[in-house]
Design a protein around this ligand. Structure first.
Ligand code: AMP
Ligand code: MG
Length: 482
């Protein structure tokens, strides 16, 4: 008797319900697939035995081949504002949606490939991805997950054996398999809204998309306006969480902003070392549009684009729709501030937010170039003063904070250590690990992955992982679309 050993059981509600928002497409052949890293915990969450995924048939499925009969993989179409300029047709240029899996907790999750070859949306791109950037996405997603911040996560990275030409050299190619609550983006709504203006003139696609998104993410939202409000609020919380840990996404185009509230598309992202509101890491962001401190207003700008797309669903009377959507959009700054203030209170060990105290300390960090992550752990440990070249202003600030602290200082320090990470993916360590991995040595990558996956537990022997780049290191630059 043979025992059926199934891998994934895919549903295809997106492709089925919204046929005009994707095209059936097949992943490129992979001549020599080699599994580089598998997320065993995530596989288990998806209800799949990790051992099966390591077998040849499993590895094949992780690059989009040998899927069960009847599974149609699709390339999704979307539009988006890229650095403020509207692109009416982007879409999965090097990616495919394999399908949806209901996980062991009953949640519907997308499985999606990145680096799976050209599609009708590739434009001038080659459809490929290199090992380094795909491992980077894997690592960053796991770090965010470890920090408790909503994020897409990688299930696997498989080396393809296909060389990927980049900047005059050939890099080893890879396919990432990504798990997301969905791949519905602000840009998906922009595309659907635009269809109405250019084609049939009816609202069917847009309404279908909104109904799909509501059913999937906000089933209790009773109206399109309420759905919009939910998205505004999940994004306000998400961006506040980024800011609290010093995360710079780097390319907050509307096609890289989810409806679910998960962080998506780890391209040129980075974590701050020295606190600097103007920090920009991406080589292509010369204007600083996506600088650290610009992230909240950019998120709100993106949400305004979502509102514009939803207007005809919100009210047939455009003026009324604009008024209603604007009122909801204006909830963003308050919602953001509330999450940020509460988050800062927890980071500082306070029971009640003190926004002035919070912004004053950040100004001290900025003025003296103090490392954001080191500071909050040192504050709990009572050693923060040593991080300042000129400690006097810090001492004055610390006296103000002391007056507000609860009596049990041991409990305060323990609570702070539960929200302030020791380990974030330090840029120089990420680069070292990826360089080694590209050359064939995955040990530093696995080590770093292990460290950042449990960011709040200080462990012996890992002191170097808690430190910023040594003085005199060149500024960190990240590259997009690689
Ligand atoms: P990103 O800003 O990295 O999320 O990518 C923006 C758009 O460019 C998306 O539509 C991607 O699918 C597409 N893209 C990025 N890199 C490539 C590539 N190498 N080949 C084809 N399309 C790509
Ligand atoms: Mg993208």
């Amino acid at each position: 008797m043979t025992v059926a050993r199934t891998l994934f059981e895919f549903d295809d509600s997106y492709a089925r319900e919204l046929p005009s928002l994707s095209v059936p497409w097949t992943a490129a052949e992979v001549p020599a697939p080699r599994l580089l890293v598998l997320n065993e915990g995530l596989a288990a969450e998806l209800g799949v035995d990790p051992a099966l995924l390591r077998e040849p048939a499993g590895v094949s499925s992780l690059v989009g081949h040998g899927l069960p009969e009847g599974v149609t993989t699709v390339a999704q179409v979307y539009a988006g504002h890229q650095f403020g300029g509207y692109q009416p047709r982007l879409g999965d240029g090097r990616a495919l949606l394999l399908g949806e899996v209901i996980d062991t907790a009953g949640r519907r999750r997308d499985l999606h490939l990145k680096g799976s070859g050209r599609t009708p949306f590739s434009r001038r791109g080659d459809g490929l991805a290199a090992v380094g950037p795909m491992l980077r996405e894997y690592l960053m997603g796991e770090a965010m997950h470890g920090l408790g911040i909503p994020t897409t996560r990688a299930l696997s990275v498989v080396a393809t054996g296909v060389p990927v030409p980049r900047d005059g050299t050939a890099l080893p190619g890879a396919v990432l398999c990504r798990v997301a609550a969905s791949h519905l983006r602000v840009g998906t709504f922009q595309y659907a809204a635009n269809l109405r203006e250019t084609a049939a003139g009816d609202l069917d696609v847009l309404r279908g998309l909104a109904d799909h998104a509501i059913a999937r993410h906000h089933p209790d939202a009773g109206s399109y306006l309420e759905f919009y409000r939910r998205v505004v609020h999940v994004q306000a919380e998400l961006v506040a969480r980024w800011m609290l840990v010093g995360f710079v996404h780097g390319v907050m185009n509307t096609d890289n902003m989810t409806i679910s509230g998960e962080t998506i598309d780890y391209g040129p992202c980075a974590f701050l070392d020295a606190f600097d509101p103007a920090a920009v890491f991406s080589s292509i962001d010369s204007g600083g549009r996506y600088a650290y401190a610009n992230q909240p207003p950019v998120a709100q700008w993106n949400l305004a684009r979502l509102a514009e797309s939803l207007l005809p669903l919100i009210d047939p009377d455009t003026e009324k729709a604009v008024a209603a959507a604007t009122a909801v959009l204006e909830e963003f700054p308050d919602a953001y501030r509330r999450h940020w203030e509460e988050g800062m209170a927890a980071k500082l060990g306070l029971t009640t937010p003190d926004p002035q105290l919070a912004s004053d300390v950040l100004e001290l960090l900025r003025g003296q170039g103090v490392d954001l992550t080191l500071f909050f752990r040192a504050l709990a440990a009572g050693t923060a003063r040593d991080l300042f070249v000129d400690p006097a202003p810090f001492d004055a600030w610390a006296r103000r904070r002391d007056a507000l602290l609860p009596a049990d200082r041991t409990a305060v320090a323990a609570a702070m250590d539960r929200v302030n990470p020791v380990y974030v993916p330090r840029n120089h360590l990420v680069e070292e690990a990826l360089t080694a991995a590209t050359a064939g040595d995955l040990a530093p990558f696995h080590k770093l992955l292990d460290v950042v996956g449990a960011p709040f537990d200080e462990r012996p022997g890992l002191a170097e992982y808690a430190q910023p780049a040594p003085d005199g290191a060149p500024p960190h630059v990240t590259y997009c679309g690689t």
